[in-house]
Write a protein that binds this ligand. Structure first.
Ligand SMILES: [Fe+2]
Length: 246
């Protein structure tokens, strides 16, 4: 659902519509510039791809840690490591190479993810085109197995992290519509004909990130993105680095 774009409990009634617009305009104006990432990511595209990122030895060590932690909790598809976790520093050390050293200084949360769908994909909001924030915000994904369309690899709309008049309008429109939807207790669909036309443009520029294991993706999630759909009996394994927090 698109409501995940917005702070929880912020737009619960009509009084907050105005307040929320002020919040968003302030955010848009602040345009937080994140220097360590800017060096690594194409402003035009909104993402960067680094293949063959780790040595075979480091990749193997990483996979052993991943497997141990994920296999311990088979009911969970995601395990989050925080800086006080015993495996956290080891994983950071594995990724500590010259080119991204300054990124890791920010102590990201590390998430191990294994998605394995036997029956068929289920709905979740990450499958819909969305943005995480209306300001620059970055994530890294590292592929532990080969990612393709079949196992629902990451998709990104190239160039969509750039501000445009349409994007301002989108932000305004969606926040207003969401506020009204909250007011009507979800009886107003947040997507609409306008959004579907806007989304057609977004989809038109999509890049499907089909890469083999040992690929690192750096992504500005101010741009539009989604995860793909998993075919039955496929598995997707990855490490996510989360640099921004709510
Ligand atoms: Fe997202």
């Amino acid at each position: 659902m698109i409501k995940d774009l917005y702070p929880p409990n912020y737009v619960n009634d009509i009084r907050n519509i105005l307040g929320y617009q002020i919040y968003r305009i302030t955010k848009l104006k602040s345009l937080s510039v994140d220097k360590p990432f800017i060096e690594h990511i194409s402003k035009d595209k909104g993402f960067d791809v680094k293949q063959n990122f780790l040595s075979d030895e480091k990749l193997q060590t990483l996979y052993e840690i991943f497997k141990r932690r994920i296999d311990l909790n088979l009911s969970e598809s995601r395990i989050v490591l925080l800086p006080d976790d015993k495996d956290y520093n080891e994983v950071i050390d594995i990724f500590r190479v010259q080119s991204i050293e300054n990124i890791l200084l920010r102590k990201p949360a590390i998430e191990f993810e294994r998605i394995n769908i036997e029956e068929g994909d289920v709905y979740d909001h990450n499958r819909r085109w969305h943005t995480d924030r209306c300001v620059d915000c970055y994530k890294m994904f590292f592929f532990l197995n080969d990612h393709s369309k079949e196992n629902g690899t990451y998709e990104y709309s190239q160039g969509s992290s750039q501000m445009s008049l349409l994007r301002y309008f989108y932000e305004y429109y969606v926040s207003l519509r969401y506020s009204l939807s909250q007011l009507l207790r979800g009886r107003l669909e947040t997507y609409s004909i306008f959004l579907s036309k806007f989304m057609a443009e977004i989809v038109h520029k999509k890049i499907v990130m089909e890469y083999p294991k040992n690929t690192l993706i750096i992504s500005n999630n101010k741009g539009f993105h989604r995860r793909g759909r998993l075919s039955p009996n496929t598995v997707r394994e990855q490490v996510n680095f989360d640099f921004y927090y709510n």
